[in-house]
Every structure is written in C-alpha cells, then in structure tokens.
Design a protein around this ligand. Sequence first.
Ligand code: ADP
Length: 714
Amino acid sequence: MSDHYERVKIELQQMKEVERDAAADVEQLSPASVSSVPADVSFTARRDLSRSSINGRSRSKSRSKADGYERQVNGKQLSDLTPQKSDYSQGQSRVSNEPNLHIKGTARLLKGKTATNGHVESCQRQTDGKEDVSKVAKKRRTVTVDTSKAKTSLEALKMSIRQLKWKEFPMGRRTACDIYWHGVSFHDNENIVSGQVNKFPGMIEMLRKINLSRAVRTVQELFPEEYNFYPRSWILPEESQLFSTQIRLLKDNDATLKPTFIVKPDSGSQGDGIYLIRDPADLRVISGSQIKQAVVQEYIQKPLLIDKLKFDIRLYVLVRSLEPLEIYIAKEGLSRFCTEPYQEPSQKNLSHVFMHLTNYSLNVHSGNFVHSDSCSTGSKRTFSSVLYRLASKGVDIKKVWSDIIALVIKTVIALVPELKVYYQADIPPGKPGPTCFQILGFDILLMKNLKPVLLEVNANPSMRIEHEQEVSPGVFEYVPSPVDEEVKVGVIRDTLRLMDPAQRKQHVTSNTGGGSPEEAIVVETGSDEKEGSADSLPSLCLKQVFPKYTKQFNYLRVVERIAAIFLRFLGVKGTMRLGPTSFRTFIRNCKLSNSSFSMASVDILYIDITRRWAGMLPDSREAGMCLQAFIEAFFYLAARRSKALPLREQVVLLLEVCEGALEGQSHSEKPRPHRSHTNPASSQSSAPTTFSSPALTRRRQRPLQLSAKANTEN
Ligand code: ADP
C-alpha cells in the first residue's frame, strides 16, 4: 500500500501540475470564468448570444463517420424512375380507404400525393394557391441559412429552403446567418458565435460503434430490462479474451446454442469491414501490425422478413436541444432490403453479404437490386409502405411504432450525458456560441417477433436525394431518387421549420410531461406543433416525443445526473477531463470521505480508474478523468455505501446524498429537475479502507444472455 501510495503521490503531483497549467491558460483567456471553487455550472443550451469570439477552443476537428456517401452503381434505366401513375399513388388510395392503417401523421403526410415527387409537388401546389402566404412571409424577417458546408445534403436543403421561402447563402456570409448547415461536423465552420448549427460537438465521436456501445452499456448496468433492445456487444481488442471465455462457457452450458456474431470496425460505415463469425477463434483482431478497434455483437438470427428478404429501417430523429431535452421522430423513414433471400446463418452462408447486410451501398451492387419508382416496392421503400403491408397481415403496427419511439428516446437518453460534456467543452456556459440541433439516422432491425433492435445511430445520415446511374457503359450520372426525396426533403424542411428563430421564440414546450409512467405511447395523427401556420406547408412530418413522454422516461436519466455533478466540478475551462484536485473537491463537497475512506484512498481511486480508462482511450489527448471513468468511480462509491441494494438503488441513493450536499452549498442553484423519489436515507456501511484495484473497480459484467436464445423461441 505504501509503495503504491508513493507512486500515486508522484503521479498526482504531475497531474496537478498539468491541471495548474491548464487553469493558468484559461485565466489568460477569461479571468472571470475561473474560480477556485468549482463553478456552478448550469447547462444552458439556448442562451443569449453576444458577438465576441472565443479563442479557447482548441478541440480538434471531428472526424467524419458519414454513412452519407452512398456509392452506387446500377444498371437500371432512367425510365424506371420516370414519374408515372405509380403503384405508390395506387397504394395511397387503397390506404386512405383502410381504417386500420392510421399511423398518425404518416397517413396525413401521404394523403393527396399523386406524383412520385410527393412533397415537392404537393407543397408547391399548396403554397401557390395561397395569396396571403407571401404577405405573411414579407412581414417576417427572412431566415438566412449558410449552406456553404452542406456537402451531400445540399440538394435536399436547397429544395427545403425554396419551399420555406428562406434565404440561402451558398458561399457563406460575412455577417452572421440564422442557421448554419454543416455536412459533417460542428467544426465544419469554425468561430461561429451566434445562430444555430445543425451538428452537436462530439456527436460523431459519441456515435462511433465503440462509444455508442459503451454509453448503452453504462445505462444497461442500471436498467438492463429497459435497454435490452441493444444486442450484447464486446469491445475489441480489450474484451476479446472476455468474449472468448463467455462464449465458451455459454456453449458448455447449452450445447444446442449456435450463436453467430457480427464484427464491426469502430469507425466503419456502409458495411465496410463487417464480417460474421460463429467461433471466437475467427476474430481478426490484428490487421497488419495494427490492432483493430471494433465491436463484436450478437447477431440477430431471426429478423422479420418481407418477400423472404431481410430489411432494416432508417428513421430520422431530430435532437432539437439537449437542455431541455427535445426529441422529434420523423413519421416517415426508409426500409432497405437485402437482395438475396434470407437464411439463418450457417457456416456456408456467413459470407453472403447480400443476404445478411441490408446496407444500400452494398446491395446496390447486386444484380438483384431493384430501383423502383414506387415507394412500396423495390429494394428501398418507405417505412410506411412496410407498415401498411404488415398491418394488412394483422400486425399491431401501433405497438411497433410505440416500441420504436421508446427505443429512440432511451438511446438518446444514453447519449446525452457525454454529449453535454462535449457541448460544455466547446461552448462553455456564459461564453458566446451558437446553439445546436442535429438530425440522426437510427438504423433499426425488427426481429421476427416484431421487437425492434438498435443496430447503430448515424451522426451524418445520408441526405442525398439522387443516385448514380450508369446511363451507358461506363458513363454515370446522377438521377433523382423519388423515395429518398419523398422522405428526406420533408425531414430537412421540417427541421428548419422547427428551428425557425421566430418560432423558437414563441415555442412553449406545451407537452411537458404528458402521460404517466404506465401510460402507453400514443401513436396519433397530426403534429404536436402548430401546423402550416406560417406558410400553409404540409403538416410537420416530425413528431415530438420528448418532452411529450417525459413521465414515462425521465426515471432513466440517472447517468445524466452523475454527468451534472461531473460538469459542475469540471468547471468552464473547456476541458473534458477532471483533474485530481477537482475530484478531491467533489469528494469533500459531497462529504463522501470519512474515517473509513480517507483522502489517500480517494487519490488511489482516482489514479487507478483514470489510468485504466486512459489505456482504453488511447487517442485521447487530455490527461485526467473522463466522464466514463467518473461514472465508474461513482458506481464504486455508491456500492461501498450501501452494499446490499441493487446497483440502481445504490447509485440513486448516492446521487441524492451528493445533490443534497451540493444544493446546500449553492443557494442560487435551482432544484434539480430529475430527482427521483427514492428515500434519501443513506445506509452508511463500514467500508474497507483500501482498494484492491483495479480489479475491484472494474465494471460488473451482466450475466450473459443472448437474444439469439430468444430468437430460437420465436
Ligand atoms: P455500418 O455502419 O457499417 O452500416 P451497421 O451496424 O449498420 O454498420 O451494420 C451493417 C448492417 O449489418 C446492418 O444494416 C444490418 O443489416 C446488419 N447488422 C448489423 N448489426 C446486426 C446485428 N446485431 N444482427 C443482425 N444484423 C446486423
């Protein structure tokens, strides 16, 4: 212990020096923003905007994980896409006579569309017919949009701006715009100090496969049942041994089990580098001299099939704000189909990508890919057409929708804590900066039993509305894709409508907390926003789901409360790592040390956990304790205070102790929004004085249970 403590002391000293240097840097930038007492950080995403620039943003540019660059080659003729009286329009008239098929909003959105270009034509018709619309528009200040960095979403964005009669700045603008549309990341334009940017800082990083898995696993530890929509995953290379051991044990226990696993490179997209395995020995952990960062995941063996084909769902989700949390889901999405009939995985078919992977970018290369001018046939269809099809077979599609809505809300809740850390690092409270919103692409698979499974979330979902076509041998050109246009223009246009600065001012979150925890999610027609009020546009295709369903889901926001404490002690220095002094201050202010838990033990805890996480996040430049490490320390502290309870209760109890202590210290602080109703009486237990770390502090592993097993029961 004493040797170990000596080493810890030296390391601490070094880290404190780094911490002091960082503080000195910050003081030079903004003396007022640094205080010896941790700042009372209240996270305000929507703040008043002033114009001075911030120099202290040294964070590197986000790397793109765009799924957006759909590489396509196909041999279909242009005439295949020519507008004609399509199956789709016929489908619509059938649908409108079908009383069972009311997914709210979707039906309405689709009503009256006879052209393949759907939205555009119907919108045009409507706006043209209203004389007073232009008068209303004239009275208002025209909203300005900087589209200079929009990249592949440019076409859909231009259409949307035209429909809204807003003003586009394709080359950027010297003065500030109301909205900045970035194609890749928050950092596409630097030094934006006002307006709204369509990307959150850190979203790309958070949605890489490893980080998404980590974020979901953290909440799974607290709420295993609620988060069982995410397949069991292992992070490579650090958990390759664990993966092998667990699978061997599983097979030893039940020889009938034949699970399959899918291996996905961490920063891959469009199916690149993905492969299936049935034996852990087949993991390709090393490529050349490099160890591959990847996620290996339980493969869902029994997906729902249509026309004998596997398909997935791409849903567009708007995170309109982090604080307060506002989430919208597009009522229309895309279904992407495989091009080879599905068979359950066997050693023979493991490498059949057209059978197992639904990626458009892969299947478009198959001779079987069907480009259709109809939204309800072909290899890419609207999600509503799939739902109509299911409904006609008696499927309870309202239940499917409400399960999907729950999956989306829970996933965003898992992402928010770390996103807030990124946000504060880039746009510290009290400093000028833009506010952010972002459209995410959720990829969801329906299991045969109709349970939705989250495959991944894309920070940059493709917003392309045209696809490449070989018009003569070797000659490619872009042609419009009616299905993409149908869905994507609506999503972008309505996102803009929701972000209209005039509307935001009026926006009152009237739906705060509808429903009770027991109440089912209602899938209803119409929009939560006032529809078409400004410009007689179609009703919004985005449905607000949060805060609308706050009461059902707020209890899940436990990690966010831990992150709030982390942010409070992080201060507003633009960093994302907690130094040792700040960690000590946290322990002291929350009154967590006592005779059985000395400050020396606190230091050891800090060093052990921080060091281990530094090893797991090799590319991180900052020293100190990251949020995930802090959460681990928090879980550890919670467990040692009240050993007998389940982890979730331990954590909630400790949160209440900490929040109570901190509330007492900062009189100006508002009551915390997410207090739970657990009895705050803390059961102080006699805890060991020392740590047998790092093993002691390692996260618990849930007992291994694969839905592959559940699959076989379907
Ligand atoms: P990428 O970002 O490379 O597209 P995804 O995670 O979306 O990676 O996986 C690619 C495809 O693989 C998905 O579209 C889906 O068809 C299939 N897939 C991914 N994960 C699973 C899984 N756990 N079970 C079954 N199929 C999966």
